[in-house]
Ligand binder design. Structure first.
Ligand code: SAH
Ligand code: SF4
Length: 404
């Protein structure tokens, strides 16, 4: 898939590119750090807000490379205030969705991707965990039958700058509440590894200490299983987490759910996951959307358990969220039985607590061509701040009221 024909913006630039731009414009070297400081710590919405730069330098820089911040079109917040779905407009008018998921108790959330399991959080800190779920494409070409993004088809790849600008937009919103982004998951609209170059560039920008500076281990990339992409990612020298959306232990069933998968995708993915672990030392997790009557029975769980037995992994079971596709949520009994089979086989597994399904912000519900209950941008200041609550429990319940 070719890269997008969208002009580069300041958020596409790695620090070396900013140094080069500043040199090219004949500006003093230190202007590069001033520009990076403004972009990644002050989150300017317009060139005028690049206040650290004198007006002339600001004009010269933005004439060469536009700022191109994302523009918020709509914002919807879940009933508990912890999940916020944003509809963002890119500079060329393309609409995409970004989701902020907060865990106000500051506790690790079982099954939440992007959670480094070897870095326990200090429960006394009570800092909210704020995970941004970014989109990497407008739409998606993979056509998974249960996914709303897949059903809307493919529009275009996003640039690295457009991926970064989603995080910046959320960071600015959080800053106004004295909070900050703690984790990023590439789990929004689109298939990150089908937009490989821009995805990896965005990761480098978001983790570079001179740019956004988030720890690599606080980022997780979720893929439907682009083998070549997984192999390349293993060799990038990055410490990001990888989640593979497996959905079935059986080749034919997987092809039914993921029509673009190869006939040998299950075996190929297990091999690719092992190689990724060997090359990076990062455990790979598997996502498994439980679709009622399709892949949610104990008879399906058993071969999955045999397949994964002995592999250092974690399985996230996601009771499928409602989309227009008409697929059924699994029964509570099936979810519990499925989980029990995996646990008995010694496989780490979590039923993901869903967040935001009532605002269509849950896994697989992101699409930009139909409206949901919406709050206009001028009402945003009236939004309640997420309430601080005690630790929440993961509930193996398929009740359609929370989010991943
Ligand atoms: N394209 C990537 C990342 C975006 S999808 C991927 O497929 O992994 C993020 C996750 O949402 C995937 O695990 C996907 O299987 C899951 N998902 C998609 N539709 C869903 C639905 N209706 N209910 C629950 N999970 C869903
Ligand atoms: Fe694309 Fe992922 Fe949705 Fe499949 S689940 S259609 S790969 S976004």
């Amino acid at each position: 898939m070719s890269g997008p024909a969208v002009p580069r913006s300041l958020y596409d630039l790695l620090p070396g590119d900013v140094d080069a731009l500043v040199a090219e414009l004949g500006l003093p070297k230190f202007r590069a750090n001033q520009l990076l400081q403004a972009l990644y710590h002050e989150f300017p919405a317009s060139p005028e807000e690049l206040r650290q730069l004198p007006a002339e330098a600001r004009a010269a820089v933005t004439a060469r490379c536009p700022l191109a911040s994302a523009t918020e079109v709509r914002r919807v917040t879940s009933d508990d205030g912890n999940t916020t779905k944003l509809l963002l407009r890119m500079a060329d008018g393309t609409l995409i969705e970004t989701v902020l998921m907060q865990y106000p108790d500051g506790q690790a959330h079982p099954g939440l991707p992007g959670e480094p399991d070897d870095e326990p959080r200090n429960p006394a800190s009570r800092r909210p965990r704020s995970t941004v779920c970014v989109s990497t494409q407008a739409g998606c070409a993979m056509g998974c039958v249960f996914c709303a993004t897949g059903q809307m088809g493919f529009e275009r790849n996003l640039t690295a700058g457009e991926i970064v600008s989603q995080v910046i937009h959320v960071a600015k919103f959080l800053k106004s509440r004295g909070e900050h982004v703690t984790n990023i998951v590439f789990m929004g609209m689109g298939e990150p590894l089908a937009n490989y170059t821009e995805t990896v560039r965005a990761v480098r920008i978001l983790t570079d200490p001179r740019c956004f500076g988030l720890g690599q281990r606080h980022i997780t990339i979720s893929t439907v299983g682009v083998i070549r992409g997984i192999e390349r990612l293993a060799e990038e020298g990055l410490q990001v987490g990888l989640a593979i959306s497996l959905h079935s232990p059986d080749e034919a069933l997987r092809q039914r759910l993921v029509p673009t998968a190869s006939p040998h995708s299950v075996q190929e993915l297990l091999t690719a996951a092992k190689r990724f672990f060997k090359a990076t030392g990062r455990r790979v997790s598997f996502e498994y959307a439980l679709v009622g009557g399709e892949n949610d029975s104990p008879e399906t769980a058993r071969p999955l358990a045999s397949l994964l037995r002995g592999t250092p992994t974690h399985v996230n079971l996601i009771p499928v969220n409602p989309t227009a596709g008409g697929f059924q949520r699994p029964s509570r009994a099936n979810v519990l039985a499925f989980e029990a089979v995996l646990r008995e086989a010694g496989i780490n597994c979590t039923v993901r607590v869903e967040k935001g399904s009532e605002i269509s912000a849950a896994c697989g519900q992101l699409r930009t061509d139909e409206g949901n209950a919406i709050i206009a941008p001028d009402e945003i200041s009236a939004l309640p701040v997420a309430p601080r609550r005690g630790p929440r429990q993961a509930q193996p319940s398929p009740a359609p009221s929370q989010h991943q």
